[in-house]
Design a binder for this molecule. Sequence first.
Ligand SMILES: [Zn+2]
Length: 156
Amino acid sequence: MTKVEETTETATIQTFCHGCKSDIKVTVPRAVVDKAHSYPVSHAHLHGDPAHVLIIYIDRQYHIRGSELSETVSVERPAQPQPLNAMVLLRVPRRYRETAMAMLKLRQANSVEVSFVTGKSQNAESKYLGALFRLGYLERVRISRFYQYGIPHPNR
Ligand SMILES: [Zn+2]
């Protein structure tokens, strides 16, 4: 399968997931594929209920060269989660506030996606997201080499 939709920032690829036995669409940041140092590029897509991860390997032309399924996912949570919301945002240290605002908009994102919104570097966003996680505002899931950050549900 190749791209089915694209924007200036993302490409959407359709593929089949053996975990949920259905066709799914996976959206990847184009920067990750277009600026990769080597191919294929791996991308992990967390979805479904129960949650599972489909890792796809994408070549330069956005063809999927392989995929693997992980049926278990571990989610790291800070000791005292303090889910990010508009009120909490005012207490977030100023230097992380733009990142927090981007997360309020995106709900779930990795540092590349946040860097598209804030215009800062991916490295900077990766640091800020890590800090917001440690402060208890975000939860995160580690998927191969990447962290996917999300806003914790309030009553969990
Ligand atoms: Zn699936």
